[in-house]
Ligand binder design. Structure first.
Ligand code: BG6
Length: 494
């Protein structure tokens, strides 16, 4: 099957950092269909040869094991082409049409790694140029819009030109092997289903922590913030994956229908919960890995008095028979104490204690998403280590025994090897093959916007701005205070 993959925003950060390295991995492992072209599109005046040279130099930033050798790059570069084009200029679309006519491809994927402000013009002009035939697919990056209204407007203009099965709304968290394992854990094993409910689960915590700051994306980030950048999409998709009902099959719409139900059941915000259950923060200067780092407001492209949040912690509930009353906590931020993403399912303690257990100890399932990819099941066991201590103890019989925490540890990287298909690689191959399972439907997106919008509005009305936190910490203390009010704590504080 031959394909054309057109990367709009072809000289942008996403293309350099994620898309081309992912495409190279697919190429190296022979998973990219034969007879394909990858065409970078941007406004710069570049020849194919100059674009290839630029790509080659950008691979220097990629980790060594994933960098092409000269010989590999020379074969990979046969696939690479460049088109100079301004997406906002209708006069440039015939050149795109001419570029596509050079190659008869079975599938044409148009990947919009550009500002969403261009999507509407793009769709209109694609239709005018007659480039929306059935072999076309369009990939839209998140965040799609700034709020519900702009998201709807984009979705409407895209749907006017493409049918829903041609539209691939990407959320790269869904392509992570660890997230797919989460689906496997829940829906491929019967073990967890009976206990996956309010009777057994005390609370669920989702943490996506980054050490990085805003890097070179200050301008984009300052008008976006952590709520739109991470919560509206990645964090809510994880929440759906952990809370959804088993789908009737593994097809795209069956999965999306169940995720949509979770989003619809999220508890509506009230002035009281907005005040008590949402914390926004912004990093100040601090230390990461022993090196001093600048405050957010000193980053290039960021306004001096910016109120943009780089940290969000919130508490919500899902109004359903399975989950009523169980708090779900989400926290995400930049310049935190470490880079890690995990979901922690905290079970209720044993209903009647016959042993001594450490204060508040109970079972816990931790689903590690990154950098580790694996599962930890925390249990309680008889902790005495050696025979002499065991016999010397007055509690050598069961009564009076003190239990200690132990854990079962499954490391998927060790079990399956680290050469696993990365998120963008998986998703790009899925688009080329037309598989929609790991992409987001417009109604899911709209529901997620509807739910975050009251938070955005409450912040607009709050002159105080985000709470400061020092880079290299776990965010503002209000985040710990929020969870402590329920009698719980974040992992690193317990
Ligand atoms: C992107 C956000 O969607 O996800 C970035 O725009 C963030 O701000 C990134 O850094 C995190 O992705 P990952 O895969 O590194 O956790």
């Amino acid at each position: 099957m031959s394909f054309d993959l057109i990367l709009f925003g072809g000289t942008g950060d996403l293309v350099w950092r994620k898309l081309l390295p992912a495409l190279f991995q697919a190429f190296r492992h022979g998973s990219l269909p034969e007879g394909g072209r990858i065409v970078g599109v941007a406004r710069d005046d570049l020849s194919d040869a100059q674009y290839r040279a630029l790509i080659k130099s950008r691979f220097d930033d990629v980790e060594l094991a994933k960098r092409p050798s000269d010989e590999e790059f020379s074969r990979f570069s046969d696939l690479l082409f460049y088109l100079r084009m301004d997406l906002s200029s209708p006069a440039d679309y015939p050149r795109l049409a001419a570029k596509l006519q050079e190659h008869s491809a079975d599938t044409v994927v148009m990947y919009l790694a550009t500002a969403p402000g261009l999507f509407t013009t793009f769709c209109e002009q694609i239709a005018v140029a007659g480039l929306n035939g059935p072999q076309m697919r369009v990939v839209l990056e998140k965040p799609l819009g700034q709020d519900l209204a702009s998201n709807r407007a984009i979705n409407e203009s895209v749907r006017r030109v493409f049918s829903e099965r041609q539209i691939f709304r990407i959320d790269h968290y869904l392509g992570k092997p660890s997230v797919q394992n989460l689906f496997a854990l829940r829906f491929g094993n019967a073990l967890f289903e009976p206990i996956w409910r309010r009777e057994n689960i005390a609370n669920i915590q989702i943490t996506i922590a980054e050490e990085l700051g805003v890097e070179k994306r200050g301008t984009f980030y300052d008008s976006t913030g952590a709520l739109r950048d991470m919560v509206q999409n990645h964090a809510l998709q994880l929440l759906c994956a952990i809370a959804m009902e088993p789908p009737i099959n593994a097809h795209a719409d069956a999965i999306r229908d169940e995720k949509l139900k979770v989003l619809r059941s999220l508890k509506a915000w009230t002035p009281e919960t907005l005040r008590q259950h949402v914390v926004r923060g912004q990093y100040g200067s601090g230390t990461i890995d022993g090196a001093p780092v600048a405050a957010y407001r000193q980053e290039a492209g960021v306004g001096q008095g910016s109120h943009t949040e780089t940290f969000v912690a919130l508490r919500t509930e899902i109004a359903s028979w399975r989950w009523a009353g169980v708090p779900f906590y989400i926290r995400t931020g930049k310049r935190l104490s470490g880079r890690c993403a995990y979901i922690e399912v905290n079970f209720r303690p044993a209903p009647h204690a016959i042993f001594n257990t450490p204060n508040g100890a109970a079972n816990r399932l931790v689903i590690h998403l990154q950098p580790k990819d694996g599962l930890e099941l925390h249990l309680l066991a008889q902790g005495q280590q050696n025979r002499r201590d065991a016999l010397a103890s007055p509690a050598s019989s069961l009564a009076g025994q003190t239990l200690a925490p132990v854990q079962l540890d499954l490391d998927f990287d060790k079990r399956f090897g680290t050469e696993r298909v990365g998120a963008y690689e998986r998703l790009l191959l899925d688009v080329i093959d037309g598989r929609l399972n790991l992409f987001v439907r417009s109604d899911e997106q709209e529901e997620a916007w509807r739910w975050v919008e009251p938070i955005m509005n409450s912040w607009k009305a709050d002159a105080e701005g985000p709470r400061p936190y020092a880079a290299g910490t776990w965010g503002p203390s209000a985040s710990s205070a929020m969870i402590a009010r329920d009698g719980y704590c974040w992992t690193e504080e317990c």
